[in-house]
Design a protein around this ligand. Structure first.
Ligand code: FAD
Length: 504
């Protein structure tokens, strides 16, 4: 049992699902097999749930699950690739509806750059499909192993959020199958309220079954990437104002072990698309083979074993050393260096080391990501880092990004910055960590900040209400009642943050 378990009860072994799912109980239905009980885990490996997992490959299959759940009084939790860090795509004793088999590309227009996909298509499949025609997804997350349904469920953002907004801004329309069984086409013109609420709606309003979106035209398969060492949060922010504003991508890394006068030191990367003759051979650089991440390190060491080699470093002392070495090397050898990198290599740094998260075994880890307005960000992030030092719970990784506001109902974004902290859970720190995350939450709320449900596993209902506002929650709850009158779509996160929408 993991140490930081804020939403799951002691016993997650579900009693067998009631006869509602038994073939004989519902005459006339293609029954769901009941031999599907599986343990589902959060990406952070700190939460799990027993679910009856079903993996339909057709729209009818999803309909069937909803219909059986409606008749049998069961709850359904939607799940893409399960890359959310906490309990956003899992629910104890629910029917887990895993969409990864709905993975067909339905249409592609290489002239207009418009693609239509099923929800289980991975971001990896999307970019691989389009890049040869000179198109790249306008917004990508730090990993390519997410589904497009899950991407919309969270309205994910990239290292260009301040320029391109979240993925939802590039969606033209989608079909949403509500738990009540209605198939609704939503766009900025049709069902606009649902369009803005289901994107980022944590799978509570219905299931995306078709998504149509516009890709970004690129003239080359390469980016020009500049690196700068920075010595404080203020310095990173200044770099952004000076240079990042004009850059196509901007991201910062922070050495969270640094303290005192070095607190907040790190490194920023700025990346820009190549244009015209910048790339003498775009036909080559746009080929998939020239985008792929290498399978080996230094050409010999299989990457798949790398996380095992990292094992001896996966403790405070080891990670202090890793952070120190990264900062020292980059602030000397790497400072003010410009290199060329493929889109995939720059975007999916976290995919370089397969299963890197296993270094956090056996208790797992959380990510605490807060989004804070420009005016309060510097003090807020410094206070967060200081609070970690006071608690003697140091994040192993800190990532800094620039954002802008967007038009979606449950948006996590602000006109400001975000800081994402990866914090290990250990047998010894769990109590301190629980206290620390409460303190960090209060620091963010006091700075008018927001949170991102894709990363969250620690917020409580009161904090969610404070940052989202009662009116927003009321509007969302009203839509939920309209689309899902029997309140079938549920997850542990919805229970934790919104009391399952039963009472809010
Ligand atoms: C290493 C790593 C790096 C990341 N980097 C970033 C980043 O840079 N930026 C960022 O914004 N996020 C980032 N994320 C978070 C990630 O993008 C989101 O958690 C994303 O939602 C994961 O997609 P998924 O397919 O795994 O969805 P899941 O985690 O399975 O589901 C996400 C949500 O969508 C709902 N859902 C799933 N499928 C559907 C559907 N078909 N219809 C309706 N709702 C659905 C689920 O119920 C759930 O609430 C990162 C995650 C990891 C692990």
């Amino acid at each position: 049992m993991s140490a930081l378990r804020l939403s799951a009860p002691e016993d997650t072994s579900a009693a067998p699902v009631s006869s509602a799912l038994e073939p004989d109980a519902i005459p006339g239905f293609t029954a769901l097999p009941v031999t599907t009980l599986e343990q589902v885990e959060s990406f952070g490996m700190n939460l799990e749930a027993m679910e009856y997992v079903h993996r339909p490959s057709t729209l009818e299959g999803i309909r069937n699950v909803f219909e059986i759940a409606r008749i049998g009084g069961r709850k359904v939790a939607l799940r893409g690739a399960g890359r959310s860090y906490g309990d956003a795509s899992m629910g104890r004793e629910t029917v887990g509806l895993d969409l990864t088999r709905m993975n067909r590309i339905l249409s592609w227009d290489p002239q207009a750059g418009v693609i239509e996909v099923e929800p289980g298509v991975l971001l990896r499949d999307l970019w691989r499909y389009c890049i040869g025609d000179g198109w790249w997804p306008p917004v990508v997350s730090g990993t390519m192993f997410v589904t497009m349904g899950g991407a919309l469920g969270m309205n994910f953002h990239g290292k260009n959020n301040y320029r391109m907004g979240p993925v939802g801004e590039h969606v033209l329309d989608f079909d949403l199958l509500t738990a009540a069984g209605e198939l609704l086409t939503c766009s900025r013109e049709a069902n606009a309220d649902l369009f803005h609420a289901a994107i980022g709606g944590i799978g509570m309003l219905g299931c995306f079954t078709r998504i149509r979106m516009k890709m970004k035209h690129v003239e080359s398969g390469l980016l020009s990437v500049d690196a700068y060492a920075t010595n404080s949060i203020a310095d990173i922010m200044q770099k952004f104002e000076e240079r990042g504003n004009r850059a196509d991508y901007f991201v910062g890394w922070i050495d969270c072990f640094a303290r005192g006068k070095f607190i907040g030191r790190g490194l920023v990367h700025e990346a820009n698309y190549l244009h015209g003759s910048d790339d003498p051979n775009p036909a080559q650089t746009l080929r998939i083979e020239n985008q792929e991440l290498p399978d080996t390190i230094f050409g010999i060491l299989p990457k798949s074993i790398l996380w095992r080699l990292m094992g001896p470093l996966s403790n405070d002392l080891g990670m202090r050393l890793v952070n120190w070495a990264k900062y020292t090397l980059s602030s000397t050898i790497g400072n003010h260096k410009t290199v060329r990198q493929s889109h995939a290599a720059f975007a999916f740094l976290l995919d370089y080391v397969p299963n890197w998260k296993f270094v956090y075994r056996p208790h797992g880890f959380i990510q605490f990501q807060s989004f804070v307005p420009q005016e309060t960000a510097q003090d807020c992030f410094n206070s967060q880092l200081q609070a970690c030092h006071n608690a003697k719970v140091i994040p192993y990784l800190g990532v800094f990004k620039r954002h802008r506001k967007d038009e979606f109902l449950l948006t996590h974004s602000v006109n400001g910055y975000s800081l994402a902290l990866d914090i290990p859970i250990t047998a010894r720190n769990s109590e301190r960590l629980a206290k620390l995350t409460k303190e960090l939450t209060q620091i963010v709320l006091a700075a008018n900040g927001r949170f991102y449900m894709a990363k969250d596993s620690v917020l409580d209902q009161a904090s969610a209400r404070t940052y989202l506002g009662a009116d927003t929650i009321a509007t969302f709850t009203e839509l939920k009642r309209r689309c899902d009158p029997q309140n079938i779509l549920q997850t542990d996160m919805a229970n934790r943050l919104f009391a399952g929408f039963e009472t809010s």
